[in-house]
Design a protein around this ligand. Structure first.
Ligand code: EPS
Length: 387
């Protein structure tokens, strides 16, 4: 299966990953991979860091003549900001400046310092920073190179940002088309123009007030055949695996599949998607409240996920905290940050679900080489058609 690890500190020399399990002979377009990194750097309400960085991958192994070898793919992404931090983040002897002693409520600072016995909480924040998501987007982008070949698409857009809830009835045409194309054109990835205006105004207000905003993201995965994932064992359930991947994204506090929490409030007759059959289409559902997953398996409908991201914990008007040395009350540490990173988080959510989907796909259709996978996939589609 596809496994990967990331490494790297936010202001260290760079980020890296080793990805194992990508099948052999998958064509890789690095321009497209780097474009995913560019998408993550967008979004209204971000701080100055994104003006410093121009994220692009260097491949150190696993790809030859623009195709995967089936061997581990190792990826490097250098931090341009490193040149400003060489002394503070030195691997050898350095200068201990910019120490962090007043933990930010909502950040990993305090629990991390207690756990690893650090008196300078920079040691925690450098790794817990959402900068790490740049590498996860690179990994997701490489995995998506395989998914494209089977017409599997992963889209995202922003439904809510802070107090603003975009009106879904104004999005219908956008939702049926190429969602990413439209969302990419919006500075807040919102498919409704009114929603976009209101979100931008809310970000401006939060910035003035020294505050930050979270939001709700929708991820839509299209083009999956039915039967990926499994009901037979708890850790093989596709929804469980997707939820884990999404909950691992910095600042994510909730994940819903399809109607999610709303299913708990409705009777069964108003929740479950009725089944139909059509000679051309085969089996299909007349609605998709299940969000494309039943019994831990894909149904063949779009997979629809909602992700709640909390506001970034670094507030320019900081909350109450305690100095870990003096134990006296102080305002929390302030460090350069973003007012919101919800639009970027949507792109990150697309990326982290890609390895989960690819693994479910490879589990069903084999894994060593693209040709074998294609053969198994086509045979499965034929069998389903004749079912
Ligand atoms: C981020 C880079 C960081 C932050 C942000 C995300 O850069 P810097 O700390 O140099 O400004 O902008 O990280 C956080 C908000 C956080 O709490 O860690 C990025 O590349 O996405």
């Amino acid at each position: 299966m596809i496994r990967y690890f990331t490494a790297g500190e936010s202001h260290g020399p760079g980020l890296m990953a080793v990805i194992e399990g990508l099948p052999a002979n998958v064509p890789v377009n690095l321009v497209r991979v780097n474009h995913e990194l560019h998408r993550r750097q967008q979004g209204y309400g971000r701080g100055r860091r994104q003006q410093i960085e121009k994220d692009a991958v260097e491949i150190l192994s696993g790809i030859r003549f623009e195709k995967t070898l089936g061997s581990p793919v190792s990826v490097l992404l250098r931090n341009r900001d490193w040149k400003n931090w060489t002394e503070i983040m030195a691997v050898g002897e350095g200068v201990s400046k910019k120490e962090v002693r007043r933990p930010r409520p909502g950040h990993a600072d305090l629990s991390g310092a207690l756990k690893y016995n650090f008196r300078d909480m920079r040691n925690v924040l450098e790794r817990s920073s959402a900068r790490e998501t740049a590498m996860r987007v690179a990994v997701g982008a490489l995995v998506r190179e395989m998914l494209y070949l089977f017409d599997i698409e992963i889209h995202s857009h922003v439904l809510e940002l802070g107090p603003v809830k975009a009106d879904r009835s104004q999005m219908t045409s956008a939702l049926s088309g190429n969602i990413n194309e439209k969302a990419d054109a919006s500075p807040v990835r919102c498919l409704s123009e009114k929603g976009e205006r209101e979100m931008i105004a809310a970000i401006d207000r939060a910035k003035q007030e020294g505050d930050t905003l979270g939001g709700v993201i929708e991820v839509i995965i299209r083009g999956l055949p039915p039967g990926l994932g499994s009901y037979v064992q708890w850790d093989r359930k596709l929804d469980a695996q997707l939820a884990m991947a999404l909950m691992s994204v910095q600042a994510v506090k909730g994940v819903e599949v399809g109607l999610g929490f709303e299913t708990a409030r409705r009777p069964g007759s108003a929740v479950h998607d009725e089944i139909h059959y059509d000679r051309d289409k085969g089996f299909y559902h007349s609605s998709n409240n299940a969000g494309g997953i039943e019994g831990g398996m894909s149904t063949g409908e779009d997979i629809v996920l909602h992700i709640a991201k909390k506001p970034i914990p670094t507030l320019m008007k900081p909350l109450h905290s305690v100095d870990i040395d003096s134990k006296e009350s102080y305002k929390a540490h302030v460090e350069r940050s973003d007012v919101t990173a919800v639009p970027a988080a949507a792109v990150i959510c697309e990326a982290v679900v890609a390895p989960v989907i690819a693994n479910a796909f490879l589990e069903k259709f084999g894994r060593d080489t693209l040709e074998d996978i294609r053969g198994a996939y086509n045979a499965y589609l034929k069998r389903i058609e004749a079912f």
